[in-house]
Design a protein around this ligand. Structure first.
Ligand SMILES: [Mn+2]
Length: 432
């Protein structure tokens, strides 16, 4: 028989996803907590591990505690054990709940920042769980440095729970080196604090952030959920993501080349979003909201106008693509280039447009006109001044040998195209 362990972190109960129309229940992390407890009960999990920041510091008393406690009770009724550690958001509130002693099945590991080892047994199979809880909001020291005293039995699998900040150097949230987890006698480390799912180390030991099970902002794009650990009877531990978030944020590139009118451009954008979301829900069921940031690409005769067509009022757009799943578009950005018709003919003109056309052609053919040389020399001076500024030192690393002049030429070409496009757009007010 295998032991099933679901791992969740950074739920931030009390918060909701930003930018969802109205304030529907499904955008709240409460919904994801319900999904997590339902999943554990429905799939007969043995254990739920929580890696801290389960309750959001700024919203906890108003919204968080009722649902959290209800979930604990339901898990207890189903015989599911909860081990948790606190993070910088819930260092006080989780220990209050645990000290209350109301939930026999729930245990906070390592209160006060003292490492603690617990164990769980089923059918003669034993799992050890070690944990350390945030004792206060800020912890500047590496919590792993105080780990030596645990009495771990090497004959049984052991899982570590820790809320910490991996690989950042200095941090006030428990800084830990990514290599620091090896050789501590634990097979798996389940971490909290970072909201993006991240496997820090694949094996020996497995070290991972499950990430926030609920996508709270457009910065948290991609699939969000929990991690299921399956401990086989031979001690082998498998891991897989279980999607939970009812909200998913994505970026989508839409090419509008060949489209002319407003309706065409808007339709291309909304259809692309609906199609992409349709594919996604075939893989990940139960998404209530798929929220897109659109990036327009390609060529258009009037790029600025096309971007306005696609973007104006788009934040009100919402479409139900299947029962219970809605697509929203949060914003539209544009990288659309102007269509520049007859460049050669234009280059013969002595107008500003002609000058720009000539420059674009010259660069395209690898020639350097006096005008290009002058621009390039100015670009070089400015680029070097920025590059010498101490603020950019870290960015510059590894970039020093790149061909600066090539970068300059490509920059000038892009700007000339943009300017020419805008110039032509102004000269042709209505070509529809
Ligand atoms: Mn945190």
């Amino acid at each position: 028989m295998a032991i099933k362990i679901l791992v969740a972190g950074d739920l931030h109960l009390g918060r909701s996803s930003g930018g969802i129309h109205g304030s529907p229940d499904d955008s709240s992390t409460r919904t994801t907590w319900k999904r997590i407890t339902d999943w554990c009960i429905g799939n007969k999990a043995d254990m739920l591990l929580l890696t801290g920041d389960i309750v959001d510091r700024n919203n906890r008393y108003f919204e968080a505690l009722g649902p959290l406690q209800r979930g604990f009770v339901q898990l207890g009724e189903a015989g599911i054990k909860v081990f948790m550690v606190s993070g910088n958001h819930d260092f006080d509130v989780l220990s209050q709940i645990a000290q209350g002693g109301d939930y026999e099945n729930v245990r906070l590991l390592g209160p006060g920042g003292n490492w603690e080892l617990a164990s769980f047994e089923k059918f003669g199979q034993k799992i050890q769980v070690a944990g350390w809880s945030f004792p206060r909001q800020f912890v500047y020291e590496n919590p792993l440095l105080s780990l030596s005293r645990l009495d771990i039995d090497p004959n049984y699998p052991a899982v570590g729970l820790l809320h910490c900040d991996v690989a950042v150097g200095e941090s006030k949230y428990g800084p830990v080196d990514a290599n620091g987890f090896a050789g501590k006698g634990l097979n798996v480390w389940a971490l909290g604090h970072i909201h993006k799912p991240w496997i820090v180390n694949h094996d020996d030991p497995l070290v991972f952030y499950p990430g926030s099970p609920h996508a709270m902002s457009a910065k948290e794009n991609g699939s969000h959920g929990c991690v299921l650990l399956t401990v086989e009877s031979n001690g082998i531990i498998k891991h897989e993501q279980v999607p939970m978030s009812p909200v998913r944020f994505e970026t989508l590139i839409v090419d509008i080349t060949g489209l002319t009118g407003e309706g065409d451009v808007r339709n291309r954008v909304t259809r692309a979003a609906a199609e992409e979301a349709g594919n996604m829900i075939r893989e990940h069921q139960r998404l209530t909201w798929v929220v897109y940031d659109i990036i327009l690409e390609g060529e258009h005769r009037t790029p600025r106008e096309a971007a306005n067509w696609a973007g104006s009022g788009i934040e009100d757009y919402m479409m139900e693509i299947q029962r219970g799943t809605n697509v929203m578009i949060r914003k539209v950005e544009s990288n659309v280039r102007p269509v520049i018709g007859n460049l050669e003919k234009l280059a013969e003109e002595s107008s500003p447009a002609g000058k720009l056309a000539e420059t674009i052609m010259a660069i395209g053919q690898g020639r350097k006109t006096p005008f290009v040389e002058a621009l390039l020399s100015e670009w070089n001076t400015k680029f070097l001044a920025i590059n010498d500024s101490p603020a950019y030192q870290p960015v510059r690393k590894g970039n020093e040998n790149s061909d600066i002049s090539k970068q300059g030429v490509s920059f000038i070409q892009k700007e000339c195209r943009k300017l020419l496009g805008e110039l032509l757009e102004q000269q042709s007010p209505s070509k529809q």
